[in-house]
Design a protein around this ligand. Structure first.
Ligand SMILES: [Zn+2]
Length: 429
């Protein structure tokens, strides 16, 4: 019988055994970066740390954190730990808020990446028989390339579609009988809308079963909308250029947190204010250490993403620790009249109300010196009720979650710009 797990040994290994592997690899990577990279060497030296002082996993607390600012400071290749001639591929983030982060890979790094990608896609149900439409944007971004490597490692058929050109996506999805797709959740929702508009019968015309969604924050309510529209299971996954790209963690069929590939990525949760390491169950910032990467090891990288660690075994049988879905990026955090607001909380409120679509926008504006929020929402195409009443209900739901009154406008269908990649949910006016 086909195994439920891509790598049964690692995925169901006892935590104590896994920790032995982690410790061995941690010692190796700390020694490697100290000996081969001037920046890390100086960072460790300034912290008074010698590699041989790492004797237990707990000793990682002696290692200084790495921040996004530092990565920018050593742009582009300052943290590369191998001769550049060993580097065979690179990727970069968009760099919208400064210089991009450049990820470099040796041949071995690409093997690791393919392996962790295969593992996360297999966990979501992608198999050799599947036809996988890769609708993440190709280019410098990690997304499309990681998923392509993973799908091919499983042996699935890859359709390297990239993002955009939506009607062609749908035509080929039908013709090729695509069974799995990867893209941002907002784009998958938009594709369903475009399919309906074009007159497709989603149930009859398409064979889609699995959606690998990621690269943006999305709520469980949004997931439900996508799953209902397409008749699929949609799986959240997590990763970032600073660590490897996608491949860090993924949901299993239980949809109760994301399993972290902790044999390759050591995870900690810290208090974002003090840097103190927190226990499983406590909410804080995710920090990762790449245990096996050669070209660009990240040591205690602060992600700014808020989550909670779960160490208990999952009902799926996997022992790999989990983190809950990202609660919010500290970069996305807004402070409105003293209240901390994450866009995802507003999305959750909107989608709890019947009659709303997945098309919405949060407008940030200044009234005097105060920052205020306004929300624009499109109704479902079938919505026939009173728009003002719908707006009122959304406003009450947001108040219920945030204890904050936000103006809500129910706008006409088509008023909110659609996105084929990462949706721009928050705009400033
Ligand atoms: Zn599980």
């Amino acid at each position: 019988m086909e195994s439920k797990y891509w790598d049964p040994k690692i995925e169901t290994m006892k935590l104590e055994e896994l920790k032995k592997i982690q410790l061995k690899r941690l010692k190796e990577v700390i020694k490697r970066v100290y000996e081969n990279n001037a920046v890390y060497h100086k960072l460790f030296k300034d912290a008074g740390l010698k590699p041989e002082e790492i004797k237990t996993l707990d000793d990682i607390k002696k290692v200084p954190f790495l921040t996004k600012d530092e990565l920018r400071k050593y742009y582009p290749f300052g943290l590369v730990c191998v001769p550049m001639s060993e580097v065979v591929e690179l990727h970069a983030s968009s760099g919208t808020t400064g210089k991009p982060v450049v990820g470099t890979y040796t041949k071995y790094d690409l093997d690791v990446w393919s392996e962790v990608m295969a593992r996360i896609m297999y966990t979501a149900g992608v198999r050799k028989e599947d036809r996988y439409q890769n609708s993440f944007g190709y280019g410098l971004f990690t997304g499309a390339h990681g998923f392509e490597k993973g799908a091919q490692k499983i042996g699935a058929l890859v359709v390297p579609m990239s993002s955009g050109n939506t009607l062609r996506q749908l035509q080929l999805m039908k013709d090729f009988e695509t069974t799995a797709i990867g893209c941002t959740p907002s784009y998958l929702a938009y594709m369903a809308e475009a399919a309906e508009k074009k007159g497709y019968d989603i149930e009859k015309d398409f064979k889609l079963k699995v959606g690998m969604c990621g690269a943006e924050s999305w709520s469980d309510e949004m997931r439900k909308k996508i799953e209902d529209k397409w008749g699929i299971s949609a799986f959240d996954n997590y990763g970032l250029t600073e660590i490897i790209g996608p491949g860090v963690s993924v949901e299993c069929e239980e949809h109760d947190g994301l399993h972290i590939n902790t044999d390759h990525f050591y995870v900690e949760i810290i208090d974002p204010k003090t840097g103190e390491v927190l226990e499983p169950g406590e909410k804080g910032e995710l920090v990762f250490t790449t245990l096996t990467k050669e070209a660009f090891p990240s040591i205690r990288f602060r992600t700014k993403d808020l989550s909670i660690l779960i160490e208990e075994e999952c009902d799926c049988g996997r022992t790999l620790p989990r983190h809950v879905r990202i609660l919010g990026r500290s970069d996305d955090m807004m402070k409105v009249r003293g209240v901390i607001v994450f866009p995802k909380q507003i999305e959750e409120a909107i989608m709890k109300i019947e009659g709303t679509s997945e098309n919405y926008q949060i407008v940030k504006y200044k009234s005097g010196v105060m920052t205020r929020l306004k929300v624009r929402v499109e109704p479902e195409p079938v919505f026939k009720g009173d728009k003002n009443l719908l707006a009122k209900k959304i406003q009450q739901e947001i108040y219920g979650i945030l204890n904050l009154t936000v103006d809500v406008d129910v706008v006409n269908i088509g008023d909110i710009p659609r996105s084929t990649g990462k949706a721009k949910r928050v705009v400033e006016e």
